[in-house]
Design a protein. Structure first.
Length: 612
């Protein structure tokens, strides 16, 4: 049963604000909308509103009331609320990815294979000079996990970076599944460490190639080191309604990818659209939020591609009272419309509407801290967006001045902090201030490449805009409730859980072939057969025989380099399988397997006549 509850608390003192709360609930989740007013100091007609959107799981909150981390309990709870997902991993396996980097990527993919359930699908696409579908979208049951492990192990590095080919092939895999049987949570993960040097290398052309208004998946990009194209990857993430992750070193490869996977598997809502419209006494001056767009007269819309379990989103609204205070006659009214696809309810569209009343008030220290925190976050988002555009045009001095002005605004929020509170909001304000300070210091240091600075700016921009960590996730200790965060951005319980599993993956190591906990499936020698010599007892990377072409049997070249035309149907040379006279299809025209219609009559006789 779905109902809308509206609770208001009024206090006549000047120390506590009037808080209007709109709760939109169903059996498991609750979306809370809080609106609070903060009068500006020098202009009483201009005020700020803070809107908080939550996606909470009541079962997890009730069963983990002490906020302690218990591995077995958390795993059972997450399995209950697990969202079936379609995930396509597009992996760069060019020459620069050789060595430890590719080993870590393989370990991460092995972990992802083990984390997915039997209702989840996984596809692996790789690219170097060419692009390959190592694994089509496959359910991760026992057989699917075995096939996935083999695909991971068979990936070899070498060649250039055909990024566009791999990305477009990954999108083809996404669209290959009919809509009626697609999983509700769908995402494409692109990992690369270099610049695209083959195929479509222009960012705007690649964006145009992947643009699809009807797509039902998100695109997350991972850029490793300082050599990748941060402009292209962030633009792809923006177009795909996803996140851009800056992977600073090898130790962060697994952490960032697993953090993203943890969010995908706990997605609760999709296509979340929030519409705000004020009455005749309210005029919206500016709305700070993702994809905030004015819609007609005094109406704004904010769009989120998805909401994950236990996430919180904060939206700042700068508004103006149309009437002077001397003519104030009552509370201001703001209409809130919320529409979304509920993944837990077969992705059905749910729409709610509520009118919220806001009155003049003065905030206490805690609410002041929260508003200052998100005001500084919006200052940083605006400064980073403008500075990034200037830095892309090679205007370092202009970008530096924009960041400096933004830092001065944030510094004002730091001055107004009450340091005695030691609240998480103050910690986030200080985190934003010091991180932006470090970026400014790097701008002054001309020895640091601008591409490296741009990667950090884009990473911080996405982190603050969507309020999702894009750095190393916090790993929650199983024995206590303490955390060891490398970022103060709020991280959900599922993300911390998967981070813990990845950090301690040796404890949870299990072979999908023989069931041993001493090795991963790609290192199993009992249940696998070498694809090169067809013998049992070793894998293809341990085969003592030289690799050979599967078409002609030569050891001078690999199968994908073979120039002979070999038909897989009749095993004869001179034509391929799609041109074989024995095959079901010939020349693109569909025929029966016996050729023409009269050939079928020779084998089966005339068609039976209609008895009626």
């Amino acid at each position: 049963m779905i109902f809308i509850g509206n609770t208001s608390s009024r206090n006549n003192s000047n120390s506590t604000p009037m808080v209007n709360t709109t709760n939109i609930m169903n059996d498991d989740n609750i979306l809370e909308v809080h609106m609070n007013e903060l009068l500006m100091e020098n202009n009483e007609d201009i005020f700020m509103l803070l809107l908080t959107l939550k996606c909470s799981n009541l079962k997890i909150r009730q069963e983990l009331r002490d906020d302690k981390f218990h591995l077995e309990e958390t795993e059972q709870l997450l399995m209950k609320s697990h969202t079936p997902a379609d995930i396509v991993c597009v992996i760069d396996k060019s020459g620069s990815m050789s060595g430890e980097k590719m080993t870590l990527v393989k370990d991460t993919l092995d972990f992802v294979i083990g984390a997915l359930g039997p209702k989840d699908r996984l596809s692996i696409v790789s690219f170097d000079d060419e692009f390959f579908t190592n694994l089509k979208l496959t359910f991760m049951n026992m057989d699917g996990r075995r096939r996935g492990s083999i695909s991971v192990e068979n990936m070899r590095t070498g060649g250039s970076t055909f990024l566009s080919g791999g990305l477009l092939r990954g999108i083809e895999e996404m669209n290959a599944i009919p809509k009626r049987i697609r999983n509700p949570s769908r995402a494409l993960l692109l990992f690369t460490d270099g610049m695209a040097n083959k195929g479509i290398t222009n960012t705007s052309h690649l964006i145009q190639a992947i643009r699809d208004p009807t797509k039902d998946y998100s695109i997350h990009t991972f850029g490793y080191g300082s050599e990748h194209d941060a402009i292209m990857l962030s633009a792809l993430a923006e177009e795909g309604n996803g996140m851009y992750y800056y992977v600073k070193d090898q130790s962060s490869i697994s952490k960032c990818m697993v953090d993203c996977i943890g969010g995908i598997l706990t997605c609760q809502k999709r296509n979340v659209k929030l519409s705000l419209s004020g009455d005749s006494n309210v005029q919206f001056v500016q709305v700070f939020g993702p994809h905030a767009t004015p819609q007609g007269d005094n109406t704004f819309t904010i769009f989120y591609n998805d909401l994950q379990m236990e996430e919180e989103k904060h939206i700042m609204i700068k508004a103006k009272r149309q009437m002077p205070n001397s003519q104030y006659v009552g509370p201001l009214k703001i209409r809130i419309q919320l529409s979304m696809n509920n993944i837990q309810n077969n992705c059905e569209m749910e729409t709610f509407e509520q009118i919220v009343q806001v009155e003049k008030s003065t905030l206490n220290s805690n609410w002041k801290s929260k508003l200052n925190c998100h005001l500084s976050r919006q200052y940083a988002v605006q400064a980073l967006k403008e500075a990034t555009e200037k830095l892309q045009d090679h205007s370092m001095n202009v970008a530096y001045n924009i960041l400096k002005n933004g830092l001065e605004q944030i510094h004002q929020c730091v001055i107004e902090m009450d340091h005695s509170l030691n609240s998480p909001n103050d910690a986030l304000t200080l985190y934003i201030f010091h991180t932006l300070q470090n970026i400014l210091a790097e701008c002054e240091n001309h020895s640091i490449p601008s591409s490296n600075i741009l990667s950090k700016m884009n990473s911080l921009y996405y982190e603050l805009l969507y309020e999702r960590s894009v750095s190393d996730p916090s790993v929650m200790d199983q024995s206590s409730s303490s955390t060891h965060p490398s970022t103060v951005i709020h991280q959900t319980l599922p993300r911390k859980f998967y981070a813990y599993r990845m950090a301690n993956r040796i404890k949870f190591m299990k072979c999908h072939n023989c069931g041993s906990n001493q090795h991963f499936a790609r290192n199993c020698t009992r249940a696998e057969m070498c694809h090169n010599c067809k013998q049992i007892g070793h894998l293809v990377n341990q085969c003592p025989f030289p690799p050979k072409c599967h078409h002609c049997g030569s050891t001078e070249h690999l199968s994908r380099q073979c120039t002979e035309m070999i038909c897989f149907k009749c095993k004869q040379s001179g034509h391929r399988a799609n041109e074989c006279p024995m095959t079901q299809f010939q020349g693109g025209n569909s025929k029966s397997r016996f050729g023409k219609d009269n050939d079928r009559k020779k084998h089966h006789g005339n068609y039976p006549k209609n008895k009626h």
